[in-house]
Design a protein around this ligand. Structure first.
Ligand SMILES: [Mn+2]
Length: 427
């Protein structure tokens, strides 16, 4: 639970970074239609949520800054009983005033007029460059003679890099639910026939525990499907002897979790599966052990490439000298993605990877990132040794950078071969 005073402090911190004589606008997310007159469940824009905690649509934040003084305005949809009968109660202006400490709260309908009245010359307009809705576009066009346009989303992205203790507490809660889901998957998998059954078991645990949604579409990939990185159809029959790559995490109170485990369909790993799995697991642990303030994410990635390349040579998947293979990027055929990403309000958190001078941002206390090395050996790849063909493995944990090193926030989600096998055998 994040308190209003924390949201207010976030707005104040943002205001310090804005140009003097500027006006900033940020819109709530638009409802998204699914098909005909049905909609996807509404989910607030993460930047908007980060600054307000406000969950309704048809809303906007405006910050008017004159010299070092700023005023904050929240625009919300008015209460309309006839509409509320269908789509639920709204806070309305009065309700929002009680909860949110903006200088003023107005009706969303008045936004255009308010904006016209507050436009002055030589002003900077801050807005989210990637946002695109009618109301937004008309505001931006109102300001076409402005002095400068700057991306508000980038300013917020920088703040979102460092998580507060309240944010970390929510991520822990999300991970405790995701942990239960993955452990359930490990124990029930030998009894199931289809990938979607396993997906249902996982997402049942999410919902049952009050997780708003999954943080991203769950990947439940059996056998060779694991070699399709974004496999989400989850509709194949699970075959005995195969591995299942499960990349699934819930979103709890707007914060993500992002966990991958690779488990045997019938509860036990084969010898070849064990060899590959142990390689990926050892690399994952080694990379996590490197994490501390000051370290670059790119250094973690480079190290993961080296270690996986060495391992693949040892297992006969790649042939030649490690250095030369790395230089020629031969390992990329089997490890094509990065070592991980920021995580927070978004699973791939909209936080900066580089600073203003395009220099990489080193790890700092309070950052949360995923570590997820993998090896993907497609059955159609003729260079792959027969016993490894059709195996795809990824292991992913969510890591908090601490003052001295790091904490693996998902360390209790089983990943040792003996632990996974013992869960699968129980039933
Ligand atoms: Mn991930």
């Amino acid at each position: 639970m994040i308190e209003e005073k924390e949201y207010k402090a976030r707005r104040e911190k943002l205001i310090e970074k804005l140009d003097e004589h500027s006006i900033s606008i940020l819109f709530s997310a638009e409802p998204k239609s699914r098909s005909n007159d049905t909609e996807y469940p509404y989910r607030q824009n993460s930047n908007f949520y980060y600054l307000t905690g406000f969950k309704e649509d048809s809303a906007a934040i405006v910050i008017v800054k004159k010299k070092s003084k700023a005023k904050t305005y929240l625009f919300v949809a008015k209460k309309e009983p006839a509409l509320e009968l269908w789509t639920g109660k709204r806070l309305g202006v009065e309700g929002a005033k009680e909860i949110f400490s903006f200088d003023e709260v107005f009706e969303y309908e008045t936004l255009q007029t308010f904006f016209r009245e507050n436009i002055v010359e030589k002003q900077t307009l801050y807005y989210d460059f990637s946002h695109n809705c009618e109301a937004h576009n008309s505001i931006v066009s109102l300001c076409k003679n402005f002095y400068a346009y700057k991306n508000l989303a980038k300013k917020i992205a920088k703040a979102r890099l460092i998580k507060s203790s309240a944010e970390i507490a929510i991520i822990r809660k999300a991970l405790s639910i995701t942990q239960e889901a993955h452990h359930r998957a490990m124990s029930v998998v030998p009894k199931l026939q289809y990938e979607y059954e396993l997906q249902a078991e996982i997402e049942y645990i999410f919902k049952k525990n009050g997780a708003y949604s999954d943080a991203y579409t769950s990947i439940v990939a059996s056998g060779n499907a694991a070699n399709t990185l974004h496999y989400i159809s989850n509709d194949k029959a699970i075959k005995k002897g195969e591995l299942l790559l499960i990349d699934a995490g819930c979103e709890y109170d707007y914060y993500s979790s992002d966990i991958t485990r690779t488990i045997p369909a019938d509860g036990l790993f084969s010898q070849a599966q064990k060899e590959l799995y142990s390689l990926v697991l050892d690399v994952e642990k080694e990379i996590i052990s490197m994490i501390k303030p000051g370290v670059m994410r790119s250094a973690l990635h480079t190290k993961s490439e080296e270690l996986l390349c060495e391992g693949m040579v040892r297992l006969g998947i790649l042939k030649g000298k490690v250095k030369k293979l790395l230089k020629e990027k031969k390992h990329k055929a089997f490890y094509p993605h990065g070592i991980g990403h920021w995580m927070g309000l978004d699973v791939h958190d909209e936080a900066l990877y580089k600073n203003k001078k395009a220099k990489e941002i080193p790890l700092q206390e309070g950052m949360v990132l995923t570590i997820e090395p993998g090896i993907y050996l497609d059955e159609e790849n003729e260079t792959v040794p027969q016993k490894y063909k059709g195996i795809g493995i990824r292991i992913e944990d969510d890591i908090l950078v601490t003052s001295q090193g790091c904490e693996n926030l998902s360390k209790n989600i089983m990943k040792e071969i003996k632990d996974i096998e013992s869960l699968g055998k129980k039933k």
